[in-house]
Design a protein around this ligand. Structure first.
Ligand code: NDP
Length: 338
C-alpha cells in the first residue's frame, strides 16, 4: 500500500486530506508537534468517517530539524500542509515567516534526500493577490503573485505564505532539481469542521452565527469547501501534468454580509445582522479589533479569482460557496460550538 506523509495532520484541511487519502487506498503517516494527539485524532477521524480510522502520528516541528529524515522512511508522497495560521497577527512577521519558509524547506529537503517523487504544498491565495490594491488584475490567476513592494501593506500571514511558496519553487528549480512540486492556493476554506479546535477560516461563519456582530464589515473573500480542497491535494499528487504547477482553489466570492444572508435563511431563529457597516466605520473598528486589522486595507473591495485551471487540470467540480457556508454552520452546531 503506498504511503503518504501528511504534515500538520491535526489541522482542519489536513484531516480532510487524510480521509481522502484513506478513502483512495493510501496508508497515511501524519505529523504534529505532539504525537500524543494520536488517539484523539484517530477518534475524531473515525467519528467523522463513521468507521474506524487509524493513522500513525509522528512528531515534527517546522522550526526543528529532528525527525524529518525518519518521517520520510517508506513514504511515496508528501502533503506538506502544516503552517501557522493564527487568528490575529503576531508582533513580529518572523513568527510566521520563519516556520512557514523553513518548515517548507525542511519538508522538501528531507523528501528529496529520501528519493520521494512529489511534494504537494499548501500555499494560499494570500501568496497570489496581496499588495496590489486597486492596481491588481480584474481576475487573479496562477500567474499572479503577491507583491511586497506594491501600494498596499502585506499582512504577516500573507508574507509568510508568499515567502514560503517562493522558497519552495526556488528550491526545486535549484538545489532540489528533480523533486516534483505541486502547490494548492486555497481561498478561505469552509465546510465541515471535525473537531472543536477549529481553523481560523471558520471564524467567518462562527462570528456570523455567534450573534455578537452589530453589522457586517464590508469584507469580501473567495470561498472553497474543504472537501474540494482535499480532493485537489490528492489529484495534484497523482496527475502527471500537475507537477510544477500551482492551482487556485476558490469556488466563488462572497461578501461577509452574504454569509449572514445564507445563515439567516438556514437559521431564522438566530440573531444574525442583515446590514453592512460603511467602510469608514469598519476601518475605525479595525483599529481595535485584532482579527479585522490585517484586512483593513481590503475593506469595500472584492478580489476575484480564476478556478479554471483547477477545474480543467485537476478535475475539480466545485461545491458552491453557499453549500460550504451551510456545511460549516451545521458542523459547528453539531459539535456544540454554536
Ligand atoms: P489549522 O490551524 O487547522 O492547521 C494548521 C496546522 O499547522 C496544525 O495542524 C498545526 O499543527 C500545524 N502547525 C502550525 N505551526 C506549526 C509548527 N511550528 N510546527 C509544526 N506544525 C505546525 O489550519 P488549516 O487547516 O486551515 O490550514 C492548513 C494550511 O492551509 C496552512 O498551511 C494554511 O496556511 C493553509 N491555508 C488555509 C486556509 C484556510 O482558509 N483555512 C486558506 C489558505 C491556506 P499542531 O497540531 O502541531 O498545532
Amino acid at each position: 500500500m503506498p504511503k503518504v506523509l501528511v504534515t500538520g495532520a491535526t489541522g482542519f484541511i489536513a484531516s480532510h486530506v487524510v480521509l481522502e487519502l484513506i478513502e483512495r487506498g493510501y496508508a497515511v503517516r501524519g505529523s504534529a508537534r505532539s504525537a500524543d494527539k494520536a488517539d484523539a485524532l484517530n477518534a475524531i477521524l473515525s467519528d467523522y468517517a463513521g468507521k474506524p480510522v487509524e493513522i500513525e502520528l509522528v512528531n515534527l516541528d517546522l522550526n526543528r530539524d529532528e525527525g524529518w529524515a525518519e518521517a520520510m522512511n517508506g513514504v511515496d508522497f508528501v502533503q506538506h500542509i502544516a503552517s501557522p495560521f493564527p487568528p490575529t497577527q503576531p508582533e513580529s512577521p518572523d513568527d510566521l515567516i520563519i516556520p512557514a519558509r523553513d518548515g517548507a524547506l525542511r519538508a522538501l529537503k528531507a523528501a528529496e534526500a529520501a528519493g520521494i517523487k512529489r511534494v504537494v504544498l499548501t500555499s494560499s491565495v494570500a501568496a497570489v493577490d496581496n499588495g496590489w490594491g486597486k492596481s491588481g488584475p480584474d481576475i487573479y490567476d496562477e500567474t499572479s503573485w503577491t507583491t511586497m513592494t506594491g501600494p498596499e501593506p502585506v499582512p504577516a500571514y500573507s508574507q509568510s505564505k508568499t515567502i514560503a511558496e517562493q522558497a519552495a519553487w526556488d528550491y526545486v528549480k535549484g538545489e532540489g532539481e528533480g523533486l516534483e512540486l505541486a502547490v494548492i492556493n486555497p481561498a478561505a476554506v469552509l465546510g465541515p469542521a471535525m473537531s472543536e479546535d477549529v481553523s481560523t477560516s471558520l471564524s467567518l461563519v462562527s462570528t456570523a452565527l455567534g450573534g455578537t456582530l452589530p453589522a457586517f464589515p464590508p469584507l469580501a473573500f473567495g470561498v472553497v469547501d474543504v472537501r474540494d480542497i482535499a480532493k485537489a491535494h490528492v489529484e495534484a499528487m497523482l496527475r502527471p501534468e500537475a507537477a510544477g504547477e500551482r492551482f487556485i482553489m476558490s469556488a466563488g466570492e462572497l461578501w461577509f454580509r452574504e454569509v449572514g444572508d445564507i445563515l439567516r435563511e438556514a437559521y431564522p431563529d438566530r440573531k444574525i445582522p442583515s446590514s453592512e457597516m460603511p467602510v469608514w466605520l469598519a476601518k475605525l473598528f479595525a483599529l481595535f479589533m485584532p482579527a479585522l486589522k490585517p484586512s483593513a486595507h481590503r475593506l469595500g473591495r472584492l478580489n476575484r479569482y480564476s478556478n479554471q485551471k483547477a477545474r480543467e487540470q485537476l478535475g475539480i467540480e466545485f461545491r458552491s460557496p453557499q453549500d460550504a457556508v451551510r456545511a460549516s454552520a451545521e458542523s459547528l452546531i453539531k459539535l456544540g460550538i454554536f
